[in-house]
Design a protein around this ligand. Structure first.
Ligand code: T4K
Length: 413
């Protein structure tokens, strides 16, 4: 084995060169929108002295979200995870609920938090979306529902899931955390299933700092969820259900409204970055972009790639190289919920049934995008990827000599 570093590798930061970016390039930099309008709203909130508990801006945001997605009801919440918990409870799911393992841990935790067992379904490897065939195989007499996740903003196969649910008398809820403004050509996420849940976390296309929403066309379900997010209060002195504090505050709503007003601009920018990545990645060996179905309406908030076996370097080694360059790519949603606690202990052999989840989780790599990334930045990221992947085996061998990887030691920046 040679210790001589070939010229392209010698320039890489992991071997002592200067990083490609002076500052960390994050996945998920927050969108801000019109700052003056946001500050105007914040001033107005302070003048009104009404900061939370179904305030003026929360009500306006709820109306605008419902209008945007075409749903009859919207209940804004403090975050997407609590929105999921409330929706699950309001739907009276119990026993077992089928969810994809390849999702953010909140989808599974929202069930387990209420002592409902998440049963993990596999995904379609082409889209990373829950596989209806896998769902059908997991139905037992204890199954009460299915939670589909519109991962990366792509709509699930809502018809197939709906048909399975009807045949087995199950309820369907959609985790649409990634999918605000996304859908098929003629329908946006927000009206499928019994209800859908959005996240407006800082890293989402539209953000309210922290925030979420439940949207539904079912008036009774909406009324119940609305009470549940406010401790179950029916009136000042009367409580009708077990509830929680899931309320969104006014500053969050102001941010949500402001970012929502610029969402088309954000999508256009993301789309430009995505097309550029698509063109440049096409020429990079061993790296494949997850190509979106262009007949869908998408927000392009995630640039999703897979590092395949021809790369000569593993996904995790590549990640080490990228982090050294200050390109903080992420491996969402490695290793899959079924490999995280408590699910790993409950279902130690779940991986045997989750072949595609395991495969995708070991290859997936999410690249930075968003408003703070311009065309030159995308080129520079792709330039690093090209340099690494064109001599993947060589770089991989040299990294082996350096010892264990580094990026996994850094939890957050
Ligand atoms: N269902 C699904 C399918 C979801 O993906 C999520 C959340 C939920 C449900 C639950 O919704 P929420 O309860 O969160 O509303 C992030 C987000 O925190 C999380 O909202 C999101 N999904 C998940 C996919 O990504 P982390 O652990 O990766 O966050 P963190 O702190 O590492 O930030 C991500 C990147 O963004 C980093 O590169 C840093 C950058 N960043 C982050 C923040 C907060 C910034 O540049 N500025 C910021 O203010 O989970």
């Amino acid at each position: 084995m040679s210790n001589v570093i070939t010229p392209p590798a010698a320039e890489l930061a992991i071997f002592g060169g200067s990083p490609a970016f002076a500052e960390p390039l994050h996945v998920g930099r927050p969108n801000v929108g019109n700052r003056a309008r946001l500050l105007g709203r914040i001033n107005d909130i302070l003048d009104r002295r009404w900061l939370t508990n179904n305030g003026h801006y929360v009500q306006e945001l709820e109306r605008r979200i419902a209008d945007k997605v075409g749903a009859a009801h919207c209940i804004a919440t403090c975050n997407g995870a609590v929105a999921l918990e409330i929706a699950i409870r309001a739907l009276e799911l119990k026993g077992e609920v089928i969810v994809p393992s390849f999702t953010f841990i909140a989808t599974a935790h929202a069930l387990q938090w209420q002592e409902i067992t998440p049963v993990f379904a596999d995904i379609d490897p082409r889209t990373h979306l829950i596989s209806p065939a896998s769902v059908e195989r997991l139905i037992t007499p204890r199954t009460t529902g299915i939670i589909g996740v519109h991962l990366w903003g792509q709509p699930c196969d809502v018809e197939a899931l709906g048909s399975i649910a009807r045949r087995h008398r199950l309820k369907v809820l959609f985790d649409a955390a990634h999918a605000f403004g996304c859908g098929t050509a003629d329908q946006l996420a927000g009206t499928w299933g019994a209800a859908e849940v959005f996240s407006f976390h800082a890293t989402k296309l539209v953000n309210s700092l922290e925030g979420g929403a439940i949207v539904t066309n079912d008036g009774a379900l909406a009324a119940k969820a609305r009470l549940m997010k406010n401790f179950g209060f029916l009136g000042y002195d009367d409580v009708g259900y077990v509830g929680t504090n899931g309320k969104m505050n006014e500053f969050s709503a102001a941010m949500g409204l402001t970012t929502m007003e610029s969402m088309d601009e954000f999508i256009a920018h993301n789309q430009r970055n995505y097309y550029q990545y698509r063109d440049e990645i096409a020429a990079i060996p061993g790296l494949r972009l997850l190509e979106y179905n262009e007949s869908h309406r998408l927000n392009y908030q995630y640039v999703v790639t897979e590092v395949d076996e021809t790369a000569g370097i593993s996904r995790d080694r590549l990640l080490d190289v990228l982090w050294a360059e200050n390109i903080l790519a992420r491996r969402y949603f490695y290793p899959g919920c079924h490999r995280m606690q408590p699910y790993r202990a409950y279902f130690p052999n779940a991986g045997l049934l989750l072949e595609q989840t395991e495969r995708v989780a070991s290859r997936v790599l999410i690249l930075p995008t968003g408003q703070t990334m311009e065309s030159g930045d995308v080129s520079r990221v792709c330039g690093v990827l090209r340099r690494v992947l064109e001599s993947g085996s060589d770089i991989s061998r040299r990294l082996e000599q350096q010892g264990p990887g580094r990026h996994r030691d850094v939890f957050s920046q």
